[in-house]
Ligand binder design. Sequence first.
Ligand SMILES: [Zn+2]
Length: 272
Amino acid sequence: MPELPEVETLKRALLPLVLDKQFERAVFFRPNLRFPIPVDTLTTQLPGQKLKTISRKAKYLLLEIKTGAMLWHLGMSGRVTHHPSDQPQEPHTHAIFSFKRNIHLHFIDPRRFGAILWIPKGCGHKLLDPLGPDPLDPTTTGQILFDRAKTCKGPVKHFLMNAQRLSGVGNIYACEALFEAGISPRRGAHRLSKKNWDHLLTCLRRILEKSIAAGGTTLRDFFSTNGTPGYFSIELAVYGKEGEPCKFCGATIERIIQSARSTFFCRTCQKK
Ligand SMILES: [Zn+2]
């Protein structure tokens, strides 16, 4: 499933390709993915409009034009490829967005949990409005997380993975960041100090950026391995390492279940 680093990489790969380019047309091959696609609106709004920017909120991408934004979500199996042809090149191509100069973005999603939606300018959206701050947004600070955690009596691991508290952090990245910060996944989120949150956010950013760097910087890099975006292969310290020795202290990495999800951690290193 595409995670935040994959979506951020897709954004960074698409920007030099289509920024300031004019949409020529949008063609849809089915009326719905996870939600109905606003086909009439998009085929009316997009043609002739310049793509002003692409922004990311959690795992959503927003392709912004003058009158609003097209929202993409890759769901479980979605991906976007760039092809010189405006005809589908492989099965499960559900939409093709064509720009001038023969640039065609193919939206492919075998399991169809993805989404293509439209947000008129100045409007919110029910999928985006409840989301907490994004860890890679430079305006997100340890102070903001500290304030948001004051009323959160649950474990810090829950906080990290609750999109309404902090958006876009998956299980792997939550486990790895807590390990790097030396914070126990079971510690109450409200008991972390401002300094703890500063450090945890720094660790989280470092791991996400490392993963983004592993993904490459072009669409070609992004989809080079059998065309499927998966987890970028960064070296993991604890995730999936139950029973193995901790790389720092040699103690055994443990696995516990928190909210029906596995948490991997080192009892010795994660005492904060
Ligand atoms: Zn350890």
